[in-house]
Write a protein that binds this ligand. Structure first.
Ligand SMILES: [Fe+2]
Length: 237
C-alpha cells in the first residue's frame, strides 16, 4: 500500500515537471536553382581534376580525402576567379543568415574557401573551424544515399572537446532528448548550401560509401565585429 501511494505521488510529481530547451543553434540551408548549381558543378569538377599539386593537400595517404586551396595563404575564390558568381552567392546568404538569426552586420568576407574531394571510405574526424565566425558546406557532387552525410556533434556529450573538466554520466539509450543527443545527421540533396556557426563540431565519421564526394567548404567573418558601441575590430582579406 505504501509503495502504491509512493508511486502515485511520484507520478504526480512527474506530471507537474517540464523540460524547456533554453538555447538553440541555427543551421541555415539554401537550395540553389538547378541551372546555377549545374554551372558551378561543371566549374568545380574541372578544378578538382586540373588543380596543380601545390593547391592540393592530403592529411595522410590512407584516408582518401583531398583538400584544394586549403593552406593559410590560399583561397579557392582568389585562385579561381571563374567562381566569382558562387563567391557572391555565399557572401549574400552568409549576411542573410546573420540577419535572420537576429544580429546586425553590413559586410562579410570569405576568409577561407576550399574544395574537398572524398574518395570511397574517406572520413572527416569531428572538428571545428578556428579563426572564423560562420562556416558552410556546398554539396557539389553528392548523393545523400551514396555519400556520407555531414554530422553535427553535441559538444556537451564530447569530453574530448571540453575546455575545462566536466562531469559526465552514461546516456540512457531508451530516452532521446535534445539534451542527450550525441549527434545530428543532416541529409540534404546535391545543390544545397549549409551555413552554421564555426564553433559547432562537425564531420563524417562513417566511411564514405562511394567515390568522388565533392563539396566546397568556406569560412566567413563579419568585416567589422563590435560589442555595440565599444570593443571592435575590423577584418581584411
Ligand atoms: Fe569542417
Amino acid at each position: 500500500m505504501n509503495n502504491q501511494v509512493s508511486e502515485e505521488n511520484n507520478q504526480e510529481v512527474k506530471s507537474n515537471f517540464g523540460l524547456i530547451p533554453i538555447m538553440a543553434e541555427a543551421l541555415g540551408t539554401l537550395s540553389l536553382p538547378t541551372e546555377k548549381h549545374l554551372q558551378y558543378k561543371s566549374q568545380l569538377t574541372e578544378i578538382s581534376i586540373s588543380a596543380p599539386n601545390e593547391h592540393r593537400r592530403r592529411r595522410d595517404n590512407i584516408n582518401d580525402l583531398e583538400h584544394i586551396c586549403n593552406t593559410k595563404n590560399q583561397n579557392l575564390f582568389k585562385q579561381y576567379k571563374i567562381l566569382d558568381d558562387l563567391k557572391h552567392t555565399l557572401i549574400d546568404y552568409s549576411l542573410h543568415y546573420i540577419k535572420q538569426t537576429g544580429f546586425e552586420c553590413n559586410e562579410v568576407l570569405i576568409t577561407d574557401a576550399w574544395l574537398n574531394r572524398g574518395g570511397k571510405d574517406a572520413i572527416l574526424a569531428p572538428h571545428t573551424h578556428n579563426n572564423s565566425f560562420i562556416s558552410g558546406t556546398y554539396y557539389v557532387n553528392f548523393d545523400p544515399d551514396k555519400h556520407s552525410c555531414l554530422r553535427f556533434f553535441n559538444d556537451r556529450m564530447m569530453p574530448q572537446f571540453a575546455r575545462s573538466p566536466i562531469i559526465s554520466l552514461p546516456s540512457r539509450k531508451d530516452i532521446q532528448t535534445p539534451f542527450n543527443l550525441e549527434e545530428m545527421i543532416v541529409k540534404v540533396p546535391e545543390g544545397t548550401i549549409l551555413f552554421w556557426k564555426s564553433h559547432l563540431i562537425h564531420g563524417f565519421t562513417e566511411p564514405n560509401p562511394s567515390d568522388n564526394r565533392l563539396t566546397v567548404s568556406f569560412n566567413v567573418m563579419p568585416k567589422t565585429c563590435s560589442d555595440g558601441d565599444i570593443y571592435s575590430f575590423s577584418v581584411q582579406e
